[in-house]
Design a protein around this ligand. Structure first.
Ligand code: ADP
Ligand code: MG
Length: 296
């Protein structure tokens, strides 16, 4: 029997990037003779009292053999898991990866190296941090330093701060949002590694370089070249992906002092177009093959 799958995408994020990712996975699945449809998260009625998910036109969906979850709607991911469908990545992994604070807490707990990180206190929408507090951050981390929102992507919620006044202004603006302070890894200025983990292997890697910005993200103008990780980088990236039980993860590493690496973030929903083109590795096929092995 043909295996069936759903690729869940966000109904409101219809930018090409997300559709492209979904279509790459869909065509890899079709090549392996699976019947896979792309479904928007807001086309399913997430009715907790009904174990047969309904579409908006009251059609009942036949449950698939697996779900490839490109979205961050963890409630939907969990609902599908509770119906007994294997979901890749799991709701718990997506939730952990989405929140950089939770990710860093998990990584430090098991001894995986990250930049020196201090979590901003949760003070809700009306509080501001005292000058004493901010001075102690500067004292601990030095200047410049990084401020990073817990939720963000494409480098858009990551800030490089050069002086006290800037720190004060930024933290005032971030009131009510979860964020963290981090030491700025100058040896990695505008440069990082993206390593793609599938199961317990690294299947592709690239180095990203940006001479216009401290952030290496391609969307900020970075360029890329294939990178074959040494044993140290390999071990860290795989341990990081396993720390959040990821089936698939785009692990980003920063270059530390003396050939060391630090985990910058773990993307449970890493887009694969750039890395695929950079390395010529068929990442979508590797992912589908992995899923095939899991649902057999
Ligand atoms: N502590 C740091 N020191 C130096 N550069 C950093 C640091 N943290 C992040 N960066 C740079 O900023 C980029 C974006 O940060 P990241 O945490 O990966 O957020 P995003 O999820 O938005 O990609 C990274 O790829 C890296 O180039
Ligand atoms: Mg990143």
């Amino acid at each position: 029997m043909k295996k069936t799958g759903w690729i869940i995408v966000n109904g409101n994020l219809t930018t090409n990037k997300f559709i492209d990712y979904a279509e790459m996975i869909q065509s890899a699945a079709q090549k392996r003779h699976m019947d896979v449809s792309i479904i928007k998260n807001n086309e399913i009625l997430l009715d907790l009292s009904d174990r047969h998910p309904l579409g908006l036109h009251r059609q009942t969906y036949t449950l698939p053999d697996f779900v490839f979850f490109i979205d961050k709607d963890i409630y939907l991911a969990k609902y599908l898991e509770q119906l007994g469908i294997p979901v890749f990545n799991s709701s718990a992994t997506i939730e952990m990866s989405d929140d950089k604070i939770q990710t860093y807490q998990k990584l430090t707990d098991i001894g995986i190296p990250i930049p020196h990180t201090i979590i901003a206190p949760k003070i809700y929408s009306t509080g501001i941090l005292s000058d004493d507090y901010l001075q102690s951050i500067i004292h601990k981390l030095g200047l410049p330093l990084i401020v990073k929102e817990a939720f963000g992507s494409f480098g858009e919620q990551v800030y490089l701060v050069h002086e006290f006044k800037e720190l004060k202004k930024l933290t005032n603006q971030l009131q009510g949002k979860p964020y963290l302070f981090q030491s700025y890894i100058s040896s990695s200025h505008g440069r990082d590694l993206r390593l793609q983990v599938v199961g317990d292997k690294i299947i592709a890697g690239m180095e990203r370089n940006n001479d216009q910005d401290f952030r290496a993200n391609i969307t900020n103008g970075g360029n890329m070249k294939p990178f074959t990780p040494d044993q140290k980088a390999t071990n860290i990236a795989i341990a990081a992906a396993q720390a959040i039980n990821a089936d698939f993860a785009g692990v980003d590493l920063l270059f530390g002092q003396e050939d060391s690496y630090l985990v910058c973030e773990i993307n449970a929903n890493a887009h694969i177009r750039n890395l695929t083109e950079c390395t010529s590795v068929d990442i979508a096929d590797e992912m589908i093959t992995y899923i095939e092995g899991k649902i057999r």
